[in-house]
Design a binder for this molecule. Structure first.
Ligand code: CTP
Length: 399
């Protein structure tokens, strides 16, 4: 899978730099072309000579050759690479990447990249757990960088804790997995619904819920990262879902969401309905603001259409339909009955009893239920990892 791929390795100034030559060896053995860019401090930890012998390519640090003035183009680096891996990533370079500072060739190459960028942070435990670093890690992940989390163990300082760069074999296998799965949904059209809906009481007030849309956005991104064309029907949220391959269809109400989903489902191969759709909407929708002095003693509600059930009713043989179920009691049995009732291929069960699951958190704990096998209970994971696991499961049941 890595044969013929151009991999740019960026090394920053941390002691874990001494492990990177092993990573270069692994990539070269697999047939990848490896180019190395060092930050100025990285040169103190690992020599350009070692790296250029192993990569069989010149190794650069500066924007130009100080002797003959020849230009080392960061833009060409960014366009050349099929993947970039920054390992080790120091707290300093991480902070610069978050803010867009480009005061060396590596940072400018990363900012010019059109390919996925993997980062393998390495630093002392206190630096890693510092709130600034943690915020920077979260920002990088939000921006779409692939985080290869450091592990816990003995650090170069002699202290014990989280901050060790992952071993070269692990970094290598993350890259390999990425290239193995990239493009496996290339010709597929995916419909995803995400976020809450807002049901108007009058022009300025609404009934809503606290879904942020993150779970559905991560699902859309996980499909897009594997080459799919994704239509994301997104209720009101402050989160951005921009990514190559995703077309966002913003909606406000359950009725708008239903219209968009029904229309887009016609030529979708797979639909995942992750939105927290209001089950009821106010019957009356006054066009003027309700005045306090007029009073409001009661809001009459009427049921909304069940979008998922509607899609299940018209689903064709070649289409896959996946729903979510948010349950508090008899969770698995209730989810299984929803799976049957709504004619689904998979259902993702969220239990509100689980800590770290549901609305307003970046993690989730779900059980994936299909029609034939035993429910698969996943551990507490980031919503991004839940999304990736779900896409893997969908891949397995694809017709
Ligand atoms: N859903 C939908 N349209 C609705 C309500 C829900 O498409 N009007 C979808 C959700 O996107 C989710 C699934 O149905 O994929 C299950 O939602 P959930 O709230 O758990 O269940 P409901 O079917 O609404 O049933 P209940 O609230 O009675 O548990």
């Amino acid at each position: 899978m890595l044969k013929g791929k151009n991999i740019l390795i960026g090394i920053t100034g941390g002691i874990a730099a001494y492990k990177v030559p092993f990573l270069i060896r692994l990539l070269k053995k697999e047939g990848a072309t490896v180019r190395v860019v060092l930050t100025p401090y990285a040169r103190e930890f690992v020599t350009p000579l070692t790296l250029s012998v192993l990569s069989e390519q010149p190794v650069y640090t500066d924007f130009y050759n100080t002797t003959d003035g020849s230009w080392h183009s960061h833009i060409e680096n960014g366009l050349w690479a099929d993947a970039i891996i920054v390992a080790p990533l120091t707290a300093n370079t991480m902070a610069k990447m978050v803010t867009g500072i480009t005061d060396n060739l590596l940072l400018a190459s990363v900012l010019s990249a059109r390919c996925p960028v993997f980062v393998a942070p390495a630093m002392d435990l206190d630096m890693y757990k510092h709130v600034t670093t943690q915020q920077n890690v979260a920002r990088l992940v939000e921006m779409g960088y692939h985080l290869i989390e450091p592990t816990a163990g003995e650090l170069a300082s002699g202290l014990e804790g989280k901050g060790r760069m992952q071993e070269p074999e692990i970094i290598f296998s993350e890259l390999k997995t990425y290239f193995e799965s990239a493009g496996d949904f290339k010709d597929k059209k995916i419909l995803v619904s995400a976020g809450p809906t807002h049901e108007p009481i009058d022009p300025v007030r609404f009934i809503g819920n606290s879904s942020s849309g993150l779970m559905g956005i991560e699902i859309a991104k996980a499909f897009a990262a594997r080459g799919a064309r994704v239509d994301l029907v997104l209720g009101p949220t402050h989160l951005s879902a921009e990514a190559t391959g995703i077309t966002v269809h913003p909606v406000q109400t359950a009725s708008q969401m239903e219209q968009a989903c029904s229309r887009l489902f016609t030529d979708a191969d797979i639909a995942v309905m992750a939105a927290a759709v209001a089950d009821f909407t106010p019957k009356q929708k006054p066009t003027s603001k309700i005045k306090k002095e007029d009073g409001l003693h009661q809001i009459d509600l009427e049921p909304t259409k069940d979008i998922l059930a509607g899609l299940g009713a018209v689903k064709k043989e070649h289409q896959l339909l996946i729903g979510f179920a948010l349950e508090t009691d008899n969770e698995v049995a209730n989810a299984q009955s929803k799976l049957q009732r709504k004619n689904l291929d998979l259902i993702v069960l969220n239990s509100l009893k689980d800590k770290g699951a549901g609305f307003g958190v970046t993690t989730n704990k779900v059980t994936i239920i299909d029609r034939d096998t035993k429910p698969t209970e996943l551990p507490l994971m980031s919503k991004r990892d839940v999304a990736r696991t779900l896409v893997d499961t969908i891949k397995q049941i694809m017709k």
